[in-house]
Design a protein around this ligand. Structure first.
Ligand code: G
Ligand code: G
Ligand code: MN
Ligand code: NA
Length: 253
């Protein structure tokens, strides 16, 4: 309750910020996009990470307002990048409560309209649990979002309960392999085999496969060999403030 009040006040006072983690295309050696990750710049507490407050925000329902802010902020940032000549896609994590709200598709359409961002420069990250709760309803929403022209990805893939029947029907662009499978690669043969199977399945479904939590060169080497399309992780860079991400991109080329 105290935390909820502090978060509400924090949102009102502009204490929340987004950091952006690059997503690297292995074949092109390019950075087509980044993931927006929420941080709370809390006076007298420093930079507070989402693991400490997202759960509370979901319980109290504040995640609806917070998620709305994140969507607007991320889309506005991507539109500024686009206006300065950078086609950098931004990925936004969508919580269950946000996705199930009746106005969600309209919210996304409004955010795009207000900012002028080309829809393809927005990616929405959804989790298996969001989509499976009411799969038919979710399918209709995903189709409406895909029609707007935004890209859709399935986050934390492998940790939930995906039905292959739905995976086949959902208009998803990308599978993001949960970092728990990457962590013990390539030493753990079982995890390496699971990742290999996800890459093959993703490609059979005409999706790109993204490995998350890539921290070591040996993991990257194995992921390349498996044909994984994109990687995210501390090996490349952690999530950075918008300006620092641009400096990182400029140093890279
Ligand atoms: O670095 P990291 O600690 O940023 O993120 C931890 C978790 O918080 C991840 O599971 C991530 O998906 C979630 N998260 C980060 N930012 C957001 C956000 O803007 N909205 C939602 N719903 N979840 C987020
Ligand atoms: O659930 P989601 O995929 O949205 O979570 C992203 C989370 O993963 C963020 O907390 C982010 O900071 C974290 N993360 C990103 N790269 C790495 C990495 O290489 N290693 C670890 N351990 N965490 C990472
Ligand atoms: Mn994510
Ligand atoms: Na993830």
């Amino acid at each position: 309750v105290q935390m909820d009040h502090a978060m509400r006040e924090g949102l009102r006072r502009g204490e929340f910020v987004l950091h952006y983690q690059p997503r690297v295309d292995l074949r092109a050696d390019a950075v087509p996009g980044c993931e927006a990750l929420l941080r709370w710049q809390r006076p007298e507490h420093g930079l507070v990470m989402p693991s400490t407050f997202i759960g509370v925000a979901e319980e109290t329902g504040l995640i609806a307002d917070l998620g709305h802010w994140v969507l607007r902020e991320a889309v506005a940032q991507a539109a500024r990048w686009h206006a300065s000549g950078r086609a950098l896609q931004v990925a936004v994590n969508v919580s269950a409560l946000q996705f199930t709200q009746p106005g969600f598709v309209q919210d996304v359409a409004d955010a795009l309209h207000v900012s002028g961002l080309p829809p393809a420069l927005l990616e929405l990250e959804l989790t298996e649990s969001i989509l499976i709760r009411d799969a038919e309803e979710a399918l209709a929403k995903l189709q409406a979002l895909a029609e707007l022209g935004v890209e859709l990805s399935l986050d934390d893939f492998g940790t939930g309960y995906s039905s292959l029947t739905y995976l086949k029907r959902f208009p998803l662009h990308r599978l993001k392999v949960d970092r728990s499978f990457i962590a013990s690669m390539p030493e753990d043969d079982v995890d390496a085999a699971i990742v290999a199977a996800i890459v093959q399945m993703g490609h059979a479904l005409r999706m790109e496969v993204v490995a998350e939590g890539v921290e070591r060169a040996e993991q990257l080497q194995r992921l390349r060999a498996l044909g994984c399309d994109h990687c995210q992780g501390f090996l490349f860079e952690r999530a950075l403030p918008a300006q620092a991400l641009i400096e990182w991109l400029d140093r890279r080329t």
